[in-house]
Design a protein around this ligand. Structure first.
Ligand code: MLT
Length: 213
């Protein structure tokens, strides 16, 4: 639907398999709620998919939070949008009847950054996360408890937008919080490569087999 419902323009695709978690799909700058639906189906066939459109516009392009310049984030807006997105996930779980304790974030670029912000400031919203080309969105005021939360993180060795050192720093921050981080490097730049999608698919399949519903 293109009018906001539960606070966000979004798409929801119900699970076709009862034992699967719900993937929260978070697009990159300039994307929308339809962008990552095919990716979600590849990553976890039959899983429920919840895909909101970012509420901020940058030269007409949807994003999940404002930035002052490339890589320089508006932290007040980021905190507000992070909280707003957490509320949306809870409202959607109640409205659509999926289990809020089994939500896995799948984000690319700006979408991965707000997912990382949620992990760091609202631990408990996600039971796992797949973060493609993510960086540290903010330094949390309190150390979150992410003990045992599985996170698959990718970075591009030649990424000019999310620099490798930033992705590395995010991995350190998540690990310090107790998350079980699988960091995979790609030779590419900022684009999402078929190889990293395939690695994420295999990681997710293994983790979902181990997870007790
Ligand atoms: C961001 O603004 O979240 C990152 O710089 C990635 C991007 O959207 O370009």
């Amino acid at each position: 639907m293109t009018t906001p419902h539960l606070g966000f323009v979004h798409r929801y695709v119900p699970a076709r398999r009862a034992d699967t978690p719900t993937l929260l799909l978070l697009h990159g700058t300039g994307g929308d709620e339809t962008d990552l639906l095919p990716l979600g189906e590849v990553l976890a066939p039959g899983a429920g998919l919840l895909s909101p459109r970012g509420q901020v516009r940058e030269h007409g392009m949807p994003r999940f939070f404002r930035r002052l310049a490339e890589g320089v984030f508006d932290l007040d807006d980021l905190r507000f949008r992070t909280h707003e997105l957490a509320g949306f996930v809870a409202a959607a779980a109640a409205a659509y009847g999926f289990d809020p304790r089994r939500v896995i974030a799948v984000g690319y670029s700006n979408g991965a950054n707000i997912a990382a912000s949620l992990l760091l400031t609202h631990p408990g919203v996600f039971s796992g996360a797949v973060l493609f080309h993510a960086q540290v969105p903010l330094e949390p005021q309190e150390a979150p408890n992410l003990m045992g939360v599985p996170v698959f993180l990718t970075g591009g060795r030649a990424d000019p937008i999310v620099r490798p050192a930033e992705t590395e720093r995010l991995a350190v921050l998540l690990r310090e919080a107790g998350a079980d981080v699988a960091l995979r490097w790609q030779p590419n730049g900022h684009t999402l490569s078929p190889r990293e999608v395939d690695e994420a698919r295999r990681w997710l399949a293994t983790w979902m087999r181990e997870e007790e519903p």
